[in-house]
Design a protein around this ligand. Structure first.
Ligand SMILES: NC(=O)c1ccc[n+]([C@@H]2O[C@H](COP(=O)([O-])OP(=O)(O)OC[C@H]3O[C@@H](n4cnc5c(N)ncnc54)[C@H](O)[C@@H]3O)[C@@H](O)[C@H]2O)c1
Length: 352
């Protein structure tokens, strides 16, 4: 049989599979990767004005959401496909899965296709660490982690690597999730304290991270559980009708967001009036607005996940990709760029 034409070099694009991604994280070291990603997200937030900014495109259903998250800095373009289905774990599936593409603006050709389920866990943890670096009380060493699912260990290790947290107090409505998280964090250098309730977990914590998954307006943190001076990273409330904090707590907090138009719809602040005051995390980083005012203030990072964080993460990943990557034949590359039809005809198998 006649050989079919082989894809040209132009047709082939590096593909970072889940196995490749895990190998890269182990080569770099998880905590080193989390530190590097935190610094790189910070650097990209400093040049906020250079990015296209649009709230993600979300397709909601009763049980979850599928979202596309695009942005560009004028030189490179990235998008992520991500879902959020809190009931998935009951069927043995993950709540969040993702993949994405990094492209060059000059030609529109993709530079890389990548798994982003692992990468999302890293970039979400790095973003929480970035918020805590700028907003948490000085010398914070103890964190509470409420919701001990897929994101949990990454959140704890990023706060350890970037902010010097040495103790993590765990709570999940499902004790099996807490056991899993405690087991995974053994030997990490963190003191791990499983707790019988969310309230018990918050005792003595200077940083509280909520990363629960439930498609409703849940109250994971009540107002009366939170004393003065605490920093909260609320990352599980990230869709319309899906929140974690009591509105009375938001009334006491100074709230910081990624991209306000998106967070007004998806974040904890969807529960608040349209004029509820918020500040942008990127402006705290550049010094344009004040972060933590005093030791007694409650600061809240209402994190929903923004496209620039994924852009940063994909560029970080691209820098780790070496020769020898798997290549996908995804770009049709006819000898004459206008002869796509001829390329199709040359690929026809002769009839037997
Ligand atoms: N902000 C972001 O950038 C971002 C990024 C990724 C994921 N998320 C969100 O973070 C959340 C966690 O994601 P995941 O992948 O770890 O999900 P997961 O399903 O693996 O884990 C969620 C855990 O929360 C627990 N839980 C549910 N309700 C609870 C409650 N009231 N109190 C204590 N624990 C409770 C569940 O038992 C489960 O163990 C999801 O809501 C997801 O959508 C946000």
């Amino acid at each position: 049989m006649r050989d079919l034409p082989q894809p040209s070099a132009q047709a082939l694009v590096p593909f970072i599979s889940v196995a490749d991604m895990m190998a890269i994280i182990h080569r770099v070291g998880l905590e080193a990767a989390l530190r590097d990603l935190t610094d790189r997200i910070e650097a990209d937030f400093r040049r906020w004005a250079t990015f296209d900014k649009t709230a993600r495109v979300a397709s909601h259903s009763d049980i979850g959401v599928i979202e596309l998250m695009p942005t560009s800095d004028g030189s490179r373009y990235a998008f992520k496909y991500v879902n959020g289905h809190p009931a998935n774990t009951r069927a043995g599936l993950q709540t969040v899965t993702a993949f994405g593409v990094l492209s060059q603006v000059a030609t529109g050709y993709p530079l890389m296709f990548a798994e982003m389920t692992m990468l999302t866990a890293l970039r979400t943890a790095a973003t929480s660490a970035l918020a805590a670096r700028h907003l948490a009380p000085k010398g914070a060493r103890v964190m509470a982690l409420i919701g001990n699912g897929a994101q949990a260990e990454f959140q704890a290790l990023a706060l350890k690597a970037v902010c010097g947290i040495d103790t993590v107090r765990l709570y999940d409505v499902d004790p099996a999730a807490t056991e899993k998280c405690a087991r995974n964090l053994e030997g990490s250098g963190l003191t791990v304290v499983p707790c019988p309730s969310a309230e018990a977990a918050t005792l003595g914590a200077q940083i509280i991270t909520t990363c629960t998954a439930d498609k409703r307006n849940a109250t994971v943190l009540h107002d009366n559980m939170i004393g003065e001076g605490v920093h909260i990273n609320a990352i599980g409330g990230d869709c319309p009708g899906k929140t974690e904090l009591a509105p009375a707590l938001l009334d006491r907090a100074q709230t910081f967001v990624e991209f306000e138009p998106q967070t007004r719809v998806e974040g904890e602040i969807q529960q608040m009036p349209a004029d509820y005051p918020v500040a942008a995390l990127w402006q705290v980083i550049t010094g344009a607005v004040e972060g933590r005012r005093d030791a007694g203030q409650i600061t809240l990072f209402d994190g929903v996940g923004f496209a620039i964080e994924d852009f940063t993460a994909l560029n970080w990943l691209y820098d780790q990709v070496h020769a020898g990557s798997q290549m996908l034949d995804v770009i049709a590359d006819p000898d004459d760029p206008r002869d796509l039809y001829g390329m199709l005809m040359r690929a026809q198998r002769p009839k037997a």
